[in-house]
Design a protein around this ligand. Structure first.
Ligand code: RB5
Length: 150
């Protein structure tokens, strides 16, 4: 499994911390930036991670900003991306089982580091349940298709 990981300046330190966890667990990743706490614009990094997943360069993505809100909204603009903003392990688990989320968003100014790692660990080990949830996820794609430009 290969992860695309990215953040803005607000999420930079949490991104680096998560990279440490991925390293320790032998999980491959591509760092889509940012590279410091210097102020940047979160949509660029949400887009980079989302496109790496959309294009199949990575299997899943993780994005962080101050709240996780802006970068998750940006990631969700890429068709085929289901980015779940999670602040607890139950939501992280459900976002995989029911929503087949392919990008996880977290807020670095919202979560403690240890909880963030628990969320990442839960999210990465949980599989999509399929079944009735498949139909619902397909309907999300239907909405994307309705508004897709020719
Ligand atoms: C940056 O100050 C902050 O607005 C950003 O990290 C994020 O919280 C946006 O949603």
């Amino acid at each position: 499994m290969k992860i695309a990981i990215g953040s803005d300046h607000g999420g930079y330190e949490l991104k680096e911390h998560i990279k440490g966890y991925l390293d320790e667990n032998g999980i491959e990743y591509v760092d889509c930036g940012t590279d410091s706490t210097e102020s940047v614009d979160y949509p660029e990094f949400g887009q980079k991670v989302a496109e790496a997943v959309k294009e199949g360069k990575c299997d899943k993505g993780i994005v962080c900003c101050g709240t996780g809100i802006g970068i998750s909204i940006a990631a969700n603009k890429v068709p085929g991306i289901r980015c779940a903003l999670c602040s607890d392990c139950y939501s992280a688990k459900m976002s995989r089982e029911h929503n087949n989320a392919n990008v996880l968003a977290m807020g670095a100014r919202v979560l403690g580091r240890d909880l963030a790692i628990e969320i990442v660990s839960t999210w990465l080990k949980t599989d999509f349940q399929g079944g009735r949830h498949e139909r619902r996820v397909d309907k999300i794609e239907g909405i994307e298709n309705k508004y897709a430009l020719d």
